[in-house]
Write a protein that binds this ligand. Structure first.
Ligand code: DDH
Length: 292
C-alpha cells in the first residue's frame, strides 16, 4: 500500500494516461512562474535527459535518467532543470511504479501536446540506472557555437540536417534565463504555445547583436523583446539548414509532422529494443480530448 511499489503490478496504457493527467495538473498550476506554465522547462528536461546519446558507444540517452545524480545534475547545460526534476518528483510520489526515464520523457510529451503541439508517439520501458551510467559533460549543444558544432552534436545522436532544424523548432517554447544559461528572453511572442513562429521570425525579423554585458545573442530590431542564440541564427545562414527552415516557416503542418517524428525518436535514444513494453508507440490523449 502506502509508499510501497507492488512488484506484481504491470501498468497499462490507462495507468500511464493517469500519470499524464497528473502532469497536466502540475504544468497548469504554475502561478507566476515564467509565462504561467511549467511546460517549456519540462520539454527541456526531457530533451537534456535524451540528448546525451552517442550512437557509436551506445551510451547516454533517456534510459537511466542519470541527471538525478551529480555531477550530471550540475553540468552547466542543465542549470535550472532542478525546477523540472522537483516537479516530476511530486508526480513520482503519487505513481512510484514509473521509472524516472519514462516519467521525464512522458513529461515532455505531455507538455508539448498540452501546449497545442502535435501528438508525440511514446512508449514506456526505460529503467532507473546509476550514477555510473552518466555521460561526461559536453554532450549537449553549446549555444555560442556554429553550424559545424551542431552537426557534430546531433550527428552523434544519429540525426540529420533536416531533423536538427525540426528539433530546434522547440524554441518556439519557453525562454532563456540569465541566472541559468546567461542568455535572456523568449524566442517568440507565444512561449507557451507550439507554433512554427520560430522559423517565421527567423526569416521575417531583422536580427541584430544585443548590446549588453551578457553572452553574444541576437535581438529583433523592431521590438527588441525577442531573442535568438547564435545556434538558432545559423539555421538561416547555413545553406543546408536554411532549406528546411524555409519549408517549416511556410508550412506548420509539415513542421508538426517532422517535429513529432524527430522528438519521438529523440526521447527513445539509448533504450535497448528489448526493454520496450510495446512494439508500437502509443498516442496519449490530451486533456481536451478526454473532456470531449
Ligand atoms: Fe534549447 N535552450 N537548445 N532546445 N530549449 C534553452 C532553452 C530551451 C539550445 C540552448 C538552449 C533544443 C536545442 C538547443 C528547449 C528545447 C530544446 C536555453 C535557455 C538554451 C541556452 C536555458 C535557460 O536559460 O533557461 C541549443 C544551443 C540548442 C541547439 O544547438 C540545437 C532542442 C533540440 C530542444 C527540444 O526540446 C527538442 C526549451 C523548451 C527551452 C526553454 C526552457 C524554459 O525553461 O523555458
Amino acid at each position: 500500500q502506502s509508499g510501497k511499489v507492488a512488484l506484481n503490478f504491470t501498468p497499462t496504457k490507462e495507468d500511464y494516461q493517469k500519470v499524464y493527467n497528473k502532469i497536466v495538473e502540475f504544468v497548469e498550476d504554475a502561478g507566476d512562474y515564467d509565462d504561467g506554465s511549467y511546460g517549456p522547462v519540462l520539454v527541456r528536461l526531457a530533451w537534456h535527459s535524451s540528448g546525451t546519446y552517442d550512437k557509436e558507444t551506445k551510451t547516454g540517452g533517456s534510459n537511466y535518467a542519470t541527471m538525478r545524480f551529480e555531477p550530471e545534475s550540475t553540468h552547466g547545460a542543465n542549470a535550472g532543470l532542478n525546477v523540472a526534476r522537483d516537479l516530476m518528483e511530486k508526480v513520482k510520489q503519487e505513481f512510484p511504479w514509473i521509472s524516472y526515464g519514462d516519467l521525464w520523457t512522458l513529461g515532455g510529451v505531455c507538455a508539448i501536446q498540452e501546449m497545442s503541439g502535435p501528438k508525440i508517439p511514446w512508449r514506456p520501458g526505460r529503467i532507473d540506472g546509476f550514477a555510473a551510467n552518466a555521460t561526461p559533460d559536453g554532450r549537449l549543444p553549446d549555444a555560442t557555437q556554429g553550424a559545424d558544432h551542431l552537426r557534430n552534436i546531433f550527428y552523434r545522436m544519429g540525426f540529420n540536417d533536416q531533423e536538427i532544424v525540426a528539433l530546434s523548432g522547440a524554441h518556439a517554447l519557453g525562454r532563456c534565463h540569465a541566472d541559468r544559461s546567461g542568455f535572456e528572453g523568449p524566442w517568440t511572442f507565444s512561449p507557451t504555445t507550439l507554433t512554427n513562429d520560430y522559423y517565421k521570425l527567423l526569416f521575417d525579423e531583422k536580427w541584430v547583436w544585443k548590446k549588453w554585458n551578457g553572452p553574444k545573442q541576437l535581438e529583433d530590431k523592431k521590438t527588441r523583446s525577442l531573442m535568438m542564440l547564435p545556434t538558432d541564427y545559423v539555421l538561416i545562414t547555413d545553406k543546408s539548414y536554411k532549406k528546411f527552415a524555409r519549408a517549416y516557416a511556410d508550412n506548420q503542418d509539415l513542421f508538426f509532422k517532422d517535429f513529432s517524428a524527430a522528438v519521438s525518436r529523440l526521447f527513445e535514444l539509448g533504450v535497448p529494443e528489448s526493454q520496450w513494453v510495446t512494439s508500437e508507440p502509443w498516442e496519449m490523449k490530451t486533456k481536451e480530448e478526454q473532456e470531449a
